[in-house]
Write a protein that binds this ligand. Structure first.
Ligand SMILES: [Zn+2]
Length: 107
């Protein structure tokens, strides 16, 4: 956190974070791997870089366990895409191969 620590202290964020963890209690990356690890961290899919709209956008959040949160940045660099999926387990990132396959099928 460091640089944006003051944002994570905001009551709006604490409320949003608690709500997100209640609705999405499991780590999205564990679910992708078929595990059911309980999430302890709410991560921003798109880095907010201090942008309050991104920071407080419920659609920009994903639940992660600590090991996945700590490795996600490196994972993104290696794969060139962000993690995260919707309730059906489909990746949210358009660059994910699953999504390009789906587009080919429907078009
Ligand atoms: Zn996990």
């Amino acid at each position: 956190m460091g640089r944006w620590a003051h944002l994570y202290a905001l009551p709006q964020w604490k409320r949003l974070r608690a709500l997100h963890l209640r609705e999405h209690p499991l780590c999205v990356m564990c679910m992708e791997a078929g595990d059911c690890e309980r999430a302890t961290i709410v991560d921003h899919k798109r880095p907010h870089r201090g942008d309050m709209r991104l920071f407080l956008d419920p659609a920009n959040l994903q639940s992660l366990c600590k090991p996945h949160h700590d490795s996600s940045k490196q994972w993104e660099e290696n794969r060139g895409m962000s993690g995260g999926c919707d309730a059906d387990g489909n990746p949210l990132d358009e660059r994910h191969p699953w999504n390009s396959n789906r587009k080919r099928v429907t078009s």
